[in-house]
Write a protein that binds this ligand. Sequence first.
Ligand SMILES: Cc1cc2nc3c(=O)[nH]c(=O)nc-3n(C[C@H](O)[C@H](O)[C@H](O)COP(=O)(O)O)c2cc1C
Length: 182
Amino acid sequence: MSKTIGIVTGSLRKNSFSGSIADYVLSHAPEGYGFKIIDISALPVYNQDYDGADPKEYTVFRDEIKTLDGVLFITPEHNRSIPAALKNALDIGSRPYGQNVWDGKPGAVISQSPGGMGGFGANHHLRQVLAFLNVLTLAQPEAYIGSYHTLIDENGALNNKDTQNLIDGFLAAFAAWVEKLS
Ligand SMILES: Cc1cc2nc3c(=O)[nH]c(=O)nc-3n(C[C@H](O)[C@H](O)[C@H](O)COP(=O)(O)O)c2cc1C
């Protein structure tokens, strides 16, 4: 049976680099895998007062995460960490206490940046949060994609062959990881 992997991107920006990588992934899924975008842009900022009387967006989001066979995070780096919108989504999925929807999901992380370090800081801050949420995150290979603005065409589509190969290999490793955990 086909497996469904959610893509959560850390960017709310139109035509984002993270979205460009997500578009590539959507059209290059390994056999037996389907990827779908999980939209985090409409999630209200988490407030513990909501627990038990949650905004509808929280319930829809949590229910969607529960259906997934795994989650691929694709993120930019904001001030050497993950963007606030992504942390918000992680926090929402983790609550109410004892009802963490991320628990036990296979996960993987791709970070990107126009800078040379490819979002290393964000990638590892994200891994730290995922460890606490008990997301079983692929350790190797890692994916830090630097100078992303040089890897796309005029429409923002990834057109650099080496990077395409890197992502293809990464997705194959992630699929093998998901199989191992199934
Ligand atoms: C608030 C803010 C902080 C940023 N901090 C960093 C940073 O620490 N390291 C880095 O490489 N790029 C940083 N950048 C640049 C982003 O990484 C860059 O805009 C990103 O690759 C865009 O990705 P996106 O198109 O998916 O939003 C920052 C951008 C913003 C808006």
